[in-house]
Design a protein around this ligand. Sequence first.
Ligand SMILES: Cc1cc2nc3c(=O)[nH]c(=O)nc-3n(C[C@H](O)[C@H](O)[C@H](O)COP(=O)(O)OP(=O)(O)OC[C@H]3O[C@@H](n4cnc5c(N)ncnc54)[C@H](O)[C@@H]3O)c2cc1C
Length: 496
Amino acid sequence: MLNKKMKIVIAGGGTAGWIAAAALSNQMGELLDITLVESQEIGTIGVGEATIPPMRTFHRLLGINEQEFMRATNATFKLGIQFENWKQVGEKYFHSFGITGKQTLITDFIHFWLRGRKLGIAREFGDYCLEYKAALKDLFSVNDQAKLNYAFHLDAGRYASFLRVRSEARGVKRVEGKIAEVRQHPDSGDIAALKMESGQEIPGDLFLDCTGMRGLLIEQTLQTGFEGWEQWLPCDSAIAIQTESTAPAVPYTRSIAHHAGWRWKIPLQHRVGNGLVFSSRYMSDDEAINMLLTSVEGKVLIDPRVIKFKTGKRKKTWNKNCIAVGLSSGFLEPLESTSIHMIMTAITRLLQLFPHGEIRQPIVDEFNIQAESEITRIRDFIILHYKATERDDSPFWRYCKDMDVPENLMHRINLFKDYGRAYQVEGELFRLDSWTQVMLGQGVIPTSYHPIVDLMSEHELQNFLNGVAAGVDRNMATLLTHHEFINKYCSSTLNS
Ligand SMILES: Cc1cc2nc3c(=O)[nH]c(=O)nc-3n(C[C@H](O)[C@H](O)[C@H](O)COP(=O)(O)OP(=O)(O)OC[C@H]3O[C@@H](n4cnc5c(N)ncnc54)[C@H](O)[C@@H]3O)c2cc1C
């Protein structure tokens, strides 16, 4: 037991700050004295609206009711991402959150599928995955039979407000205003207090830097250093706009590649989030704004905003008595919607490794080791989308196709190409299914399959494949249209 409450100061009230406040107050509130500082004048980045399924586990930990959360944030369901023009212009594939086929003890489903494909008796790979088929038919339901694996599209601003209400109800104190100075202990260099423009001082024992890309504490004060990954993730800019919905929301994100990057379309209940991600080496801001404005459907609701970013990570996520959470800790670009997830894992990690008494180096090192391992594996998965392309129609895509990639990723690509083997290491976010779908979708097709599959007769294999596909079809019959289900389950109009 701690004798006195540890003082936690959260600098920043974007998605990162309020997730941190909500989780710490929910799990350890009685042991902590938590203050969050934010400046309405500075505001938040205002993007970050697509998520991945582990968010549901995090919400369960915090006792968040799904319907209440969805109504409050105008959320829709997400079953995966449709990638268009990534492998080749005019082609598309789907990275779903589901499991494709059935695993056996010895080998993965893909080996059965590869042989079936060779014999001409297999359907499309995605036809063996419920989430993929449901998404493309615009179907959804939360029910005990289908058990879809899903995430959400949400309104980032409303999500922060939703978490703020919960945090303040659990005793988190909020201070509005700008941080003018970060005070350090003269001897240790630890952060002692935040000094506000108003003159107020906010002292703390542990500081969470949630100030976004500026990294006011972790970088501007502690000069922790940044490791850039732009050689592998060359996009460094984005334009974001919101538009009115012109059709019912589909249960997936669209990621549409263009000659110098890609653009997203994220449908919410009340509007659509649109963005264009690009490399400033190959596209100007004006060209990007123009491309986005001419490609969106529906009335534009806000002026286009240009966001500049640097892909990479802070050299240490936890330095002295400061932990960087959210964009202050690094950014991988939004292709697989992993940033909010990494905020949640950072806070879960902090809860698990919470220092007893003084902050000592072993706990800091362990935190940093885990954070580093997490982000580098996610990084490699994202690089895969750029590297494994057949596109050579622009300098940007030729660069991506020819670039050297991290050794680990090259090993994964070669292993898949030669043997059809994908894997998930311990603690890794993306599962075998994700690696397999993206490899196949990007055109990395295995040249052989596991010989054990040949022990089945063609008839047995056909029965097996048909059985899996029939199971998917049976579950499809239990679903409603996404729109119908949202109306029944979590319509935000029920809120107003
Ligand atoms: C183009 C783009 C698209 C993205 N899409 C996705 C996505 O689809 N899915 C996903 O998971 N993530 C996405 N992200 C990432 C996501 O937006 C962020 O991870 C998330 O919003 C968290 O941001 P943050 O809270 O760290 O920073 P911010 O939102 O920038 O918040 C910073 C906070 O610090 C405060 N602050 C800063 N300086 C001071 C000061 N001096 N005094 C007082 N307060 C201060 C600000 O007021 C603000 O409250 C995307 C990011 C970008 C750039």
